[in-house]
Write a protein that binds this ligand. Structure first.
Ligand SMILES: Cc1ncc(COP(=O)(O)O)c(C=O)c1O
Length: 385
């Protein structure tokens, strides 16, 4: 339908991507020359750098899903326990909960930020509720104080899914520097990457010690041996563990990426502010207004008016060489997680959210081109009506 708008030889503007330089390349080469790719000194170094960044201990794992899974297990979550989590999140938040036989209880989101609706979560608490998993959607921490008040009142652990929020400032500190247990993802498209990867940050030393064992098949105190290139040949295991450790190859990338966090964050913030400036004048869409002096946006979603056909806009943009995404299909609509929970905000908006490209390698000109292309679509749409 929109073929006539297709641009010849136009590069595709990717929705998201990693941004890597010769520095990461050099770091990987060094690890390869070592001929030790497993969990060793580089992982220790990356953990030390993260600990320095957050001003409290961080433990690295193979990905963000594993970080959430281990955090929940270390808190003692078991079969049948319930965890409150927003339905609009990446499937990983739900799978990390159900991996333990626990039940993700799908909650609604706030319309202004797409973060957890705490009032709704409060109504879903039962005697089986053991934890709450706020997802820092798009980098925003949402109703942070209210979440912790609720957790205190009902004696719940808080496992923050901060996969989107690396670098965001909350209460004058980086997300992760405060809070019960905070989990990050370093997958290829996140604010910083280690290829795949993730980490858990907490002040609860017991939890972190347990996670250190759990990531190495539950082998007690194996982490310390691995850091110095050794293994515990004589060992004991007291519970089910997993092969969830990070490798030196990944950590080498992560160390370099972490050193770039300031410029990565500033660029993402600048691009999001530019989107806001141009798109706020468009009457066919609404924006999720955020304080981009504090929030480091991982994604840039917009909300389309009710009568707009999302797929048509997506197809139009693809012909203009622009990828878009949908973050996310509600998890309670999936067969495995079907529930009768009433989530009015989620139902009202999930078919209307659309994510625009956002990554370090975009320019302000790209943002102008994307925004103007969207405005262009609506000019045509307006004429058609
Ligand atoms: C909200 C959210 N939670 C959890 C994860 C899982 O992280 P990973 O892909 O590193 O397993 C992601 C990753 O995309 C995410 O976006």
């Amino acid at each position: 339908m929109f073929r006539k708008f297709a641009l010849k030889n136009k590069r595709t503007i990717r929705l998201s991507k990693s941004s890597l330089s010769f520095r990461e390349q050099k770091a990987i080469e060094k690890v390869i020359k070592n001929e030790f790719l497993g969990m060793g000194n580089y992982v220790k170094q990356f953990e030390d750098s993260l600990t320095n960044f957050f001003k409290r201990d961080a433990v690295c794992v193979v990905n963000g899903t594993a970080a959430l899974h281990l955090a929940l297990q270390a808190c003692g979550l078991k079969k049948g326990d319930e965890v409150l989590v927003q339905s609009i999140t990446y499937l990983a938040s739900f799978q990390a909960i159900s991996a333990l036989g626990a039940i993700p209880i799908a909650c609604d989101v706030n319309l202004n930020s797409l973060t957890l609706d705490v009032k709704d979560a409060r109504q879903k608490i039962t005697s089986r509720t053991k934890a709450i998993m706020p997802v820092h959607y798009g980098g925003s921490v949402g109703e942070y104080d209210e979440i912790y008040e609720l957790a205190k009142k009902f004696n719940l652990r808080v496992i923050e899914d901060a996969a989107h929020a690396f670098g965001t400032i909350n209460k004058n500190q980086f997300v992760g520097s405060i809070g019960d247990i905070v989990c990050f993802s370093f997958d290829g498209i996140k604010n910083i990457t280690s290829g795949e990867g993730g980490c858990i940050v907490s002040s609860d030393k017991k939890i972190l010690e347990r996670i250190k064992d759990l990531r190495l098949l539950g082998v007690i105190n194996d982490s310390e041996a691995r850091y110095s290139g050794k293994r515990s040949w004589e060992f004991d295991v007291k519970e089910q563990g997993w092969r969830y450790h990070m490798s030196d190859l990944m950590a080498a990338i992560g160390i370099i990426q972490l050193s770039k966090i300031k410029k990565f964050s500033q660029k993402r913030q600048k691009l999001a502010k530019r989107y806001d400036e141009i798109l706020s004048k468009n009457p066919y869409i609404s924006l999720f207004k955020k304080d981009y002096d504090k929030v480091v946006p991982h994604i840039y979603p917009i909300l389309l008016n009710k009568d707009i056909k999302r797929q048509e806009l997506q197809e139009f943009l693809i012909h203009k060489g622009i990828q878009t995404g949908i973050h996310y299909k509600p998890n309670h609509h999936l067969t495995y997680y079907k529930s009768k929970n009433k989530l009015p905000n989620t139902e009202a908006i999930h078919e209307r959210i659309l994510t625009l490209p956002l990554h370090y390698d975009l320019s302000l000109r790209d943002i102008k081109y994307i925004s103007n292309s969207i405005n262009n679509f609506f000019d045509l749409f307006k004429k058609d009506k």
